[in-house]
Design a protein around this ligand. Structure first.
Ligand SMILES: [Zn+2]
Length: 450
């Protein structure tokens, strides 16, 4: 009897272990199955380490890349290079590219049928980008390195995403330029220059009572914490609105010090700049700041967009979208749909929201100021027909290199709800360099019906 009891217990324990094992496996199968199947040594869907199934299209159905005994890209060089960071390279070096980021969607993996390759030969992936618009942006950058992003702030669709330099999959003998696999728009951070003054202005408008009635005096420089903060010229007497339009360092340096470290930290977070956006599973780089690094002088320069400020371009673009859209914007997305070879759609598009990045009244006030900035400084003639609101920046990266030119903003136009960011490396004055690129791209976007 004693023996039987012992055996019963052993059996019970063994069954229990089997049950635990089965449950664990099933859980892991559902959680990780797609990454197991798209593992690069799976010879069903990989040939010589390259994914070998599926097609990638833009939002209009223009083919960007497809597999047919090797990956074939657009024959148009500007489109090929202008979309490569969204499409990806066959070697999988570009982490933000569909070939890497959406590998399991492309191969058509599912729990029941596995990868399905052979019977369905992959799936059709539709991205939100417009090939012609990306090609136009790539062409507008010319020989400069830099980036361009344009998205619809009401739906979140990224229409244009270009990062330069870019590797050419049709010219692989030539060594790819350094850093060309990096998608600067999603994965990098840069010194924002004066574009960041919009954030300092937001914090000032929401925290300093009577800010609209105050006047500021700029004599060309001011002593902060024993160091000089300087402007290109003496701006004279200003209010908060004209200080932003004149991009007055003296005023914004002082405002940052008056706001203090905690408030500045709170506002870069609230603006979504430190957020890592989840773009269909691709995570953007978080902007970083250190308002305490170099005392009051460092805090002042941080409020001006220099100092230790490093901003992610995608997050800056979304922030612009939130200003345009009354305080909240649609979260950025790049995957439009996934369609099986039999025509059935397995994934579609649904709009997501960022939450409040800026208070509605502040957004309205900034819209007016940024519109005046175009009318008073950048010149409406440079943006014919566009109801454009913007802030330029000219970011010093080192004492001997030419500055990076920035242009960020949005169209205050219900029919064309577009927000944008452009940065031209070594381009100098932002409104001229990046501003020109943005005008070219926005004109093409509106001609294209966006
Ligand atoms: Zn000034």
């Amino acid at each position: 009897m004693k023996k039987i009891t012992r055996r019963t217990y052993i059996c019970l324990i063994l069954s229990l272990l089997l049950l635990i094992g089965t449950v664990t496996f099933i859980h892991r199968f559902f959680a990780n199955g797609s990454s197991w199947a798209s593992f690069s040594s799976n010879s069903h869907i990989y040939t010589d380490g390259q994914i070998s199934a599926g097609s990638i299209y833009d939002i209009r159905g223009t083919r960007l890349a497809s597999y047919d005994d090797g990956w074939h890209y657009s024959d148009d060089r500007d489109i090929r290079l202008g979309t490569i960071h969204a499409v990806g390279d066959p070697g999988g070096h570009i982490g933000t590219g569909a070939l890497s980021a959406f590998a399991s969607k492309l191969t058509g993996y599912n729990i029941i049928t596995g990868t399905g390759v052979g019977t369905t030969s992959g799936r059709d992936l539709y991205l939100t980008i417009d090939a012609d618009l990306c090609g136009t942006a790539r062409d507008a950058l010319g020989d400069y390195d830099g980036l361009v992003g344009v998205y619809d702030y009401t739906t979140g669709r990224i229409l244009c995403m270009v990062s330069s330099p870019a590797p050419d999959p049709y010219n692989q003998e030539e060594e790819a330029a350094e850093g060309s696999y990096i998608n600067k728009f999603f994965s990098s951070t840069f010194i924002p220059g004066s574009t960041f003054k919009v954030v300092t202005a937001t914090a000032s408008l929401e925290n300093l009572s009577g800010i609209w009635d105050r006047s500021f005096t700029c004599s060309g420089s001011v002593d902060i914490g024993g160091y000089k903060v300087t402007c290109g010229r003496a701006h004279g007497t200003l209010n908060i609105s004209s200080a932003l339009n004149e991009s007055c360092n003296v005023t914004f340096g002082q405002l940052a010090v008056e706001l203090g470290v905690n408030t500045m930290e709170k506002y870069v977070e609230k603006a979504g700049l430190t957020t890592r956006y989840d773009v269909n599973g691709i995570h953007t780089a978080a902007s970083t700041f250190d308002f305490t690094a170099d005392g009051l002088e460092g805090l002042a320069w941080s409020g001006i967009g220099q100092g230790k400020d490093l901003v992610n371009p995608c997050a800056m673009m979304v922030y612009m979208g939130a200003i345009a859209n009354g305080g909240q914007a649609a979260s950025p997305q790049i995957l439009e749909s996934v369609v099986m070879k039999n025509g059935l759609q397995t994934e579609g598009y649904s709009v997501k929201n960022t939450g409040t990045l800026i208070e509605p009244e502040t957004a309205e006030a900034l819209t007016a100021i940024m519109r005046d900035d175009v009318l008073d400084n950048y010149g409406q003639d440079n943006f014919p027909g566009l109801e454009i609101c913007a802030k330029s920046g000219t970011a010093q990266v080192s004492s001997d290199a030419a500055s990076n030119g920035w242009f960020v903003g949005f169209l205050n136009d219900e029919e064309h709800p577009l927000a944008f960011v452009a940065m031209v490396e070594g381009g100098g004055y932002g409104a001229r360099s990046a501003g020109k690129v943005i005008n070219t791209v926005l004109q093409a976007a509106i001609d294209g019906g966006y």
